[in-house]
Design a binder for this molecule. Structure first.
Ligand code: ADP
Ligand code: MG
Length: 404
């Protein structure tokens, strides 16, 4: 990576404005349901504190739309961070203004502070220059470890960086970019992508770009049904995006003229209604009966995908195989996670990206069988589409000594 990272800097005595992604899921009682996002920021926070630097962490939480929404306060996160670090984390009730300035003025080397939800101010998502300038005044060096928000051009990810001499990548940011760049740069071959999830419309850019990169492209999840329709199969009541059928037809034609091997499910778990206790049956992918919706891949598809990916050295996966939030329709997704694990064991680089996919892998306890589980949803997809991420573009480039 050609960006300056926290490993390059000694933070002793420096006040670090640290953008993290603490957008954690909360339950009705505002308890943190999963602290994965806090955990992944710890290496960067610990490095700064161990150097004798001061951490002024900032994040968004949910979508308060510029208003102070008490239910979206980051205070519970400050408490959890404090437990994880084993030291007090001071909380500032507003991310800018006199209270924050006061608390920051009193910080000593090795102290950690968390600012209130950035999105309580409209200026954050609007990338308002005045709000960005106020944020920048809180620290004397900037670090971004919020890969999950790097695709957004917001005040804390982009606007504020202009006011700092250096904008530095955190460890998580560095790791995410390293794996994704490795995959899209010089992947060990054969190289495959598995794409699933709900909609072809949100992923068409990724499908299009990956088609030219990979040796095998597995298309599954609900988006497979739009392709099934394009191939003239009966899709029953499955989710088909009627306005994308033509597009699916174009992709099939393009694939026919290229070297890529497109792989579709062979059998599908179908149900009359998507509900926790609904009965289901396994039907052929190309003949889903009327009245039935495809909600998962069947056992033969799992076997078929396993065959298609045998001996593969690089596999990237985005999008669940079925409606994996409902346990009885999660088997296909869990089996594909296990398949990825077996490929990792035989030396393949396996990467999972996407919010729902990563959550499914976590629920199944299969996080550790992957080479890397990306914390980014939108950011990962944008990267895979070959687009620049504003939060990364804003970071300071490494000066290479000795090159002309
Ligand atoms: P990610 O967040 O990993 O990028 P997506 O957001 O694209 O994944 O897709 C996840 C959603 O896709 C899940 O909510 C899941 O229920 C839905 N999905 C997957 N397969 C189907 C299907 N066959 N029918 C309806 N929804 C599906
Ligand atoms: Mg999603």
């Amino acid at each position: 990576m050609n960006k300056v990272t926290v490993a390059d800097i000694n933070f002793r005595g420096r006040k670090v404005l640290l953008r993290v992604d603490f957008n954690v899921p909360l339950d009705e009682r505002r308890h943190i349901r999963a602290d994965h996002r806090i955990q992944t920021a710890l290496p960067t926070i610990r490095k700064i504190l161990a150097d004798g630097g001061m951490v002024i962490a900032c994040s968004h939480l949910g979508r308060p739309k510029g208003k102070h929404v008490p239910d979206l306060s980051l205070r519970p996160v400050a408490d959890r961070l404090s437990e994880l670090l084993g030291q007090t984390v001071t909380f500032a009730e507003d991310c800018i203004g006199p209270e924050a300035a006061n608390l920051i003025g009193r910080m000593q080397n090795g102290d950690c502070l968390l600012l209130e939800n950035l999105r309580f101010h409209q200026g954050e998502t609007e990338n308002d220059p005045e709000f960005a300038r106020k944020l920048s005044e809180l620290g004397d060096i900037y670090v971004n470890d919020a890969f999950g928000t790097a695709h957004r051009e917001h005040a804390s990810t982009s606007g504020a960086t202009k006011y700092f001499g250096q904008a530095v990548a955190g460890f998580l940011m560095e790791k995410e970019l390293r794996y994704l760049a490795q995959i899209m740069g010089r992947p060990a071959r054969p190289f495959a992508a598995i794409l699933g999830g709900a909609k072809i419309s949100g992923k068409i850019g990724v499908v299009s770009l990956l088609m030219d990169q990979v040796d095998t492209l597995v298309i599954s999840g609900a988006m497979a049904f739009t392709f099934a329709r394009a191939m003239g199969h009966s899709t029953g009541d499955s989710l088909v995006e009627e306005d994308r059928v033509e597009l699916a037809r174009e992709i099939l034609a393009r694939a026919g003229n290229s070297k890529v091997n497109l792989v579709f499910p062979t059998d599908i778990v179908a149900t009359k209604d998507i509900a926790v206790d609904a009965s289901s049956r396994v039907v052929p992918f190309d003949a889903i009966p009327d009245g039935f919706k495809g909600v998962d891949i069947g056992p033969d598809s799992v076997r078929h995908f396993g065959e298609a990916l045998k001996g593969f050295r690089t596999v990237i996966w985005n999008g669940p195989m079925g409606v994996c939030e409902i346990p009885q329709f999660a088997s296909g997704t869990v089996e594909i996670a296990r398949l990825m694990g077996r490929l990792t064991d035989t030396g393949a680089t396996t990467v999972v990206g996407g919010g729902d996919s990563a959550a499914a892998v976590d629920r199944a306890g299969l996080h550790d069988v992957m080479t890397h589980v990306s914390t980014g949803g939108g950011a990962t997809l944008k990267f895979l589409e070959g687009k620049s991420l504003p939060g990364v573009a804003a970071l300071t480039d490494q000066v290479t000594v000795g090159t002309v």
